[in-house]
Design a protein around this ligand. Structure first.
Ligand code: KG4
Ligand code: ZN
Length: 401
C-alpha cells in the first residue's frame, strides 16, 4: 500500500473487459478497455457464453496494460474494486474472481461497485477535471439519467456522509433506450452496436418526417396488468411507488419502425448491402459515414433521424419533468447512449433554457469502462466499506431504494 489512494478497478459486466488505475477517485492514471464488438457483431447482439470466454482471454493483459500505462506496481495499490452487478452472470464472475484472487494475494481490501453507480461517477469524474468555475458544488444533489444498452433509469443521487445514496425516480418498463437503438439498427442492417451508426447517419435525414410518439402512463395503469414489466431488467426494481410521468417504454418504437419499413417498402436490397457493409469480415472497423450513406435512400435517412429525434425527445421530456418536480437544478446524463451527439446538444440547450446544469461523462467514459468503477469505489475506501470474502455476481443488482 502506498497511501496515495490508488485503486485498481476491474469491469467485466457485459462485452467490454476494462481495467483502470485512478488516484483518490479523481485522477485517472490509466483506463484500458478491450471491446468484444468484433466477436458479437456477427450475431447482432451480445452472446453471453462468448462474452465470458473473451473476458477470460482479455483480463490478464488488460490489467497488466493498465498497470504499465499508469506506471505503478501491485505494491503501490491501496484497494481493488470490481463491478459486482448488474450484468451477465458469467461475465461478472470473471472480473470478480480475478479481483478477489488479486486482493487476497496482495492483502488489499476489495470494494464491490454497482455498475450503474459507476456510470453516475463517470460524470462526477469528468467534473473533477473541469476548471473551478465550471464545476458543480461537489455535494449538491443531482438527478441522474442512466441510459445504456441495459438501463434507462432516473435516480436522485444525494451525497450522504462520505458516500452517495440513490433513490429510484423512474425507469423503463421494458426495453432500454440503447436496446431500441440496437434493435432498430439491426432491423435496418446497420450492424451492432446500433447507437453509433444511427448517431452518425441521423444528421442527414429530416427528424420531423416520421411522427413517432410515446405512451404516457396514467397513474397506476402500469400496475393494473396493462403494462407489466416485460423484461428481466425491468423487474429488478420496484415500480409501485414511481410517478408514472417518469416511466419509459421503448419496445413499441421498434415495432413502429418495422411497420414503417414494411408499409413504405424501404428497399430490401439496400438493407442487405448495408448489412454486408456493417457485418463484413472486419466488423470491428466501422464503415465510414460516406460508405454507409451510399446505401441509404432519403426515406431511410428520414426514418433514422426521426427515430433518434423521438427517443431523445422522450428522454429529455421525462428527465426535465422529474428534475422540475424534485426541485433539482443539477442533471447528470450517463451510459452508452449519453455518447449520442443529438442527445448532448438538446439536453445542453434545454438545460440552458431552464437555467439548470447538465453534466456528461467524456465520450470515452460514456460507454463501459473501469475508471468510473474506481471513481465510485473511492468514497467506499475512505469509509472502509469493503466487500465480504464471499462476494459473488449479482446479475440483477438494483441501485438504491
Ligand atoms: O453503457 P454501455 O457501454 O453498456 C451498457 O451498460 O449497456 O452502453 C451500450 C449502449 C448500446 O446500446 C449502444 O448502441 C449505445 O449504448 N450507444 C449509443 C451511442 N454509443 C453507444 N446510442 C446512441 N448514440 C451513440 N452515439
Ligand atoms: Zn454500462
Amino acid at each position: 500500500m502506498s497511501g496515495r489512494g490508488l485503486i485498481l478497478a476491474i469491469e467485466s459486466s457485459c462485452d467490454e473487459t476494462a481495467a483502470a488505475i485512478v488516484e483518490r477517485g479523481a485522477r485517472t492514471l490509466s483506463s484500458v478497455v478491450s471491446s468484444q464488438i468484433a466477436t458479437h457483431a456477427r450475431y447482432g447482439g451480445v452472446v453471453p457464453e462468448l462474452a465470458s470466454r473473451e473476458h477470460l482471454r482479455a483480463i490478464v493483459p488488460v490489467v497488466r496494460a493498465a498497470m504499465v500505462q499508469a506506471g505503478v506496481t501491485l505494491a503501490d495499490l491501496d484497494a481493488i474494486a470490481v463491478t459486482s452487478g448488474p450484468g451477465l452472470a458469467g461475465a461478472l464472475l470473471v472480473g470478480i474472481t480475478y479481483a478477489k484472487a488479486l486482493a487476497f494475494a496482495q492483502g488489499l481490501p476489495l470494494i464491490a461497485v454497482n455498475h450503474l453507480e459507476g456510470h453516475i461517477h463517470a460524470v462526477l469524474l469528468n467534473e473533477l477535471s473541469l476548471p473551478d468555475g465550471q464545476r458543480f458544488v461537489e455535494d449538491e444533489p443531482a438527478l441522474a439519467l442512466v441510459v445504456s444498452g441495459g438501463h434507462t433509469h432516473l435516480y436522485l443521487a444525494q451525497p450522504a456522509h462520505a458516500c452517495w445514496s440513490y433513490s429510484l425516480i423512474g425507469r423503463t418498463l421494458d426495453d432500454a433506450a440503447g436496446e431500441a437503438f440496437d434493435k432498430v439498427a439491426k432491423l435496418l442492417g446497420l450492424g451492432y452496436p446500433g447507437g453509433p451508426s444511427i448517431d452518425s447517419l441521423a444528421p442527414f435525414g429530416n427528424p420531423f418526417a416520421v411522427p413517432f410518439s410515446f405512451a404516457q402512463f396514467k397513474p397506476k395503469a402500469h400496475l393494473a396488468g396493462k403494462a407489466p414489466p416485460r423484461t428481466k431488467a425491468a423487474r429488478t426494481a420496484p415500480i409501485a411507488n414511481l410517478d408514472p410521468r417518469f416511466l419509459f417504454s421503448f419496445s413499441g418504437i421498434k415495432t413502429a419502425v418495422l411497420r414503417y419499413v414494411e408499409l413504405h417498402n424501404l428497399r430490401p436490397e439496400a438493407e442487405s448491402r448495408r448489412e454486408a457493409l456493417f457485418t463484413g469480415s472486419d466488423a470491428a472497423a466501422r464503415p465510414t459515414v460516406e460508405a454507409a450513406l451510399a446505401t441509404c435512400d432519403p426515406q431511410t435517412l428520414d426514418l433514422i433521424a426521426s427515430f433518434q429525434h423521438a427517443v431523445v425527445g422522450d428522454l429529455m421530456k421525462k428527465t426535465f419533468a422529474a428534475a422540475e418536480s424534485l426541485g433539482t437544478r443539477r442533471i447528470l446524463v450517463t451510459g452508452g447512449v449519453a455518447a449520442n451527439r443529438e442527445l448532448r446538444q438538446r439536453f445542453t440547450a434545454e438545460a440552458a433554457r431552464r437555467s439548470v446544469r447538465v453534466g456528461f461523462p467524456t465520450l470515452a467514459l460514456s460507454t463501459d469502462n473501469a475508471a468510473m468503477i474506481a471513481a465510485a469505489a473511492w468514497p467506499r475506501l475512505q469509509a472502509g466499506n469493503f466487500a465480504p470474502p464471499e462476494l459473488s455476481a449479482d446479475p440483477s443488482l438494483a441501485l438504491g431504494r
